[in-house]
Design a protein around this ligand. Structure first.
Ligand SMILES: Nc1nc2c(ncn2[C@@H]2O[C@H](COP(=O)(O)OP(=O)(O)O)[C@@H](O)[C@H]2O)c(=O)[nH]1
Ligand SMILES: [Mg+2]
Ligand SMILES: [Zn+2]
Length: 321
């Protein structure tokens, strides 16, 4: 049964409950409440049409209002309203007529964890810079994770990592084998909604299992895409963390493609935190920091105040094609 077939004829009760969307798959939503358990919900008709038009009106991490219905299949609730989002991790794609299509990957997410392994696979720091810029622009805090440290960190990589710390980012050095940094990761995740992102194989699922063994997330294979090929179903899930502080973390397939996002070139400079002190010192107010004379950002690169590698990432992101 498709989600679209349910709920239209169902008589909704007048009870309205509030909950958090912790799982989303093909129009079905798992909604958790504080005291009334968890529900499987579909969208009410009007929301459904908006979902089609806007490509996903309800995202993982959204707070919603819903009413219980007579159970049909697994479905026992209909979502009637989405509450305002504090913030969201957004994937942007160029849309029709110069507009931007936006796809909310996780709503109300307070922390992004760009995660890489120090080797096997080798880290892509270009991708890291992309994640960091995206988080800065969406006003989401980032904590960088380098996993598999028991394999050893090349001096060159160690220097690059130190540079991220110098510009203000917290870096966790972890291993699920040794183990190392797991306690720090657990403390970082406690009591907030986070999203872990990064290439496959770096140990994201292993890290979450180390932080919360009860989760038992599948490790070492592509587990989050049900169905292969063109009709791949995206399953997003917010895992619940144990402990008094609680907390939720998304380890979701949509996050992998964030690399394909495109950003308004004028906002990109804001995504590089160490540029900010120079932005209003350029000769031209609309300086792109690539070819203009009197560019304070490029001077800072020449002086070594801004790392050449980070500047190179900026230029690459500015014109990805
Ligand atoms: N050497 C080493 N391997 C790890 C570590 N953490 C995870 N792995 C391995 O890396 C592979 C991918 O792990 P997985 O958690 O599925 O990565 P994900 O794709 O990012 O979720 C598995 O074979 C894990 O056993 C680590 O700290 N050190
Ligand atoms: Mg995984
Ligand atoms: Zn400039």
């Amino acid at each position: 049964m498709s989600a679209d077939d349910i709920g239209a004829g169902a008589r909704a009760s007048t009870t309205v409950l509030e909950g958090l969307v912790v799982r989303s798959q093909s129009g079905f939503y798992r909604v958790e409440t504080q005291r009334q358990g968890a529900w499987t919900a579909v969208l009410r008709g009007r929301l459904k049409r908006e979902r089609k038009q806007r490509g996903g009106l309800i995202a993982l991490g959204d707070r919603v209002r819903f009413t219980p219905i007579e159970q049909e299949g697994d479905v026992d609730a209909v979502i009637v309203e989405r509450l305002p989002r504090e913030r969201a991790l957004i994937r942007r794609a160029p849309g029709a007529k110069g507009a931007w299509a936006q796809d909310v990957v996780v709503a109300n997410v307070g922390l992004l964890l760009p995660t890489f392994s120090v080797r096997r696979p080798e880290p892509s720091l270009g991708m890291l810079d992309r994640f960091l810029a995206l988080a800065e622009i969406d006003e989401i805090e980032s904590v960088i994770v380098f996993n598999k440290i028991e394999l050893g960190i090349d001096p060159e990589l160690a220097e690059r990592i130190a540079e991220y710390e110098r510009i203000g980012y917290t870096v966790l050095r972890t291993s699920t084998i040794e183990p190392a940094g797991i306690e720090a990761l657990r403390a970082t995740l406690a009591g907030r909604i986070s999203a872990i992102v990064g290439p496959s194989g770096v140990g994201k699922s292993s890290l979450l299992n180390a932080v919360a063994p009860g989760l038992a997330i599948t490790v070492g294979r592509v587990s989050d895409a049900v169905d292969k090929g063109r009709h791949t179903t995206r399953v997003g899930e917010l895992h619940s963390l144990p402990g008094v502080a609680g907390g939720r973390v998304a380890d979701t397939p949509g996050l992998r493609e964030i690399g394909l996002w495109d950003v308004d070139p004028a906002s990109l400079e804001w995504g590089f935190v160490e540029f900010r002190g120079y932005l209003n010192r350029c000769r031209f107010a609309d300086c792109s920091h690539v070819h203009e004379p009197g560019c304070a950002v490029r001077e800072a690169v020449t002086d070594g105040a801004i790392a050449a590698e980070r500047y190179a990432s900026y230029v690459k992101l500015l014109s990805p094609r």
